[in-house]
Design a protein around this ligand. Sequence first.
Ligand code: PMP
Length: 366
Amino acid sequence: ADGRVYNFSAGPSAMPLEVLEEVQREMVNYKGSGMSVMEMSHRSKEFMAIAAEAEKNLRDIFAVPSDYKVLMLQGGATLQFSSVVLNMLGTKSKADYLVTGQWGEKAHKECNKYGTGQLACNTKSSKFTTIPAKAEWKLDPEAAFVHYCANETVNGVEFSYTPDVGSVPLVADMSSNFCSKPIEVGKHAYIYAGIQKNLGPAGMAVGFLRPDFADGSKEMKICPTYCSFKTTGDNGSMYNTPACFTLYVMGEYLKYTKKVGGLSYWAEQSDKKSGLLYGTIDGSDGFYQCPVEKSARSRMNVPFTIKGGDEALEKKFLDEAKKHKLYTLAGHRSVGGCRASLYNGMPLEGVAALTDFMKSFMDENR
Ligand code: PMP
């Protein structure tokens, strides 16, 4: 489509053009129903079919164990920070948090509203640039669960493995690397992810829930009905009106994912794209620098500075990048610098255009 740019936004973010075009084709008259999905009752047979197919495709693509519940939720991953605690604390009062970035920090803080969030690790003092080895984690065998953030969007720190926490239920915020590689669902008691990075527009989150947390037995009395995993699960994620249009677009994204080869395809693309960008940064003789330790670097969000954090030069970089159709490269407002997010909607040629530009910018501004 004319006039589109390479959008490196951290989310909401670029989507595959094919998905947008399919949505456009079906926009005003969905499959001969005479109305848009936006205008349909969520109880209509057309919409019920959209929701059922989306759930089936989530189960297929992510290899979700058949006894797990698939939840489609509103309130973003932020509301899940609360819901996790409200539904999973049970008779216990404390939970462990592996804090490796700003989102894990927020999740931990939310826990303290309803119980005690314990810091099993916290890398804040080293500016969230590492993932400590397991030997350094202070895990409490009595914790109700262990929470980790699989990919820290702001800091660019990603777990390349599923943390081993023994028999304590494991909970993951996968918002910003969901649908970018195969995941071990069965090793988790709960996985949740906002979908506005790799799987659709903003407006909903997906949850994969182990059955022993779906029966309400560990739900706190004060848990709002809206946040109850049991209520959501028992009602097929339609206790109230879902984010219908967002859910439909996610469904189209899932169909597209199947068509291109599933999670292994996205994993391969992510490796290529992030490899190209990190290679350019590391090959720049320090002109560009990524603060994150190599083993913890994210394939999704790549933060970098220019000439050790030269703000004037970074501004020049962002301005000139736009002339090359390279958009939304500013770092998070809390950390500054630059950040390129390489979600599924960003094609390899977009990253190649970025690295070409980075090389010529470096030659001109050394
Ligand atoms: N967790 C992570 C890892 C995120 O990247 C974000 C959003 N950028 C959130 C949680 C919060 O998600 P939301 O804005 O959908 O509530």
